[in-house]
Design a protein around this ligand. Sequence first.
Ligand SMILES: [Zn+2]
Length: 113
Amino acid sequence: MAAKPCEPERITSGRSAIRADLIALPGVTDVHDLHIRTLTSEMEVASAHLKVREDADTRRVLTMAAQLMRERHRVGHATLQVEPTDHKGCGTTSAPAGQRQRASISDLSTSDS
Ligand SMILES: [Zn+2]
């Protein structure tokens, strides 16, 4: 129930608001690598990594997150990566140099052989 802005906001509600909303989704434990870009004057795109609990319904998380971005934050296109809580290799510490993070939905398998 935020106050109505007097003039239309061009940019989205901002990273912190989007982050807070994403992390509030059921099963989501962490949000990182959140990037928001304006493609055209009317289209914003975003990407984010969502860490989810093992028992989380990832399909539902994705659907809700995309809907949230679109409807509440007016981000027309969001690339969301779902990660298990023990996922390593991106974000916080030393990500391997030269290894590109793929903006795709990682599967939740914990075996890495
Ligand atoms: Zn990540």
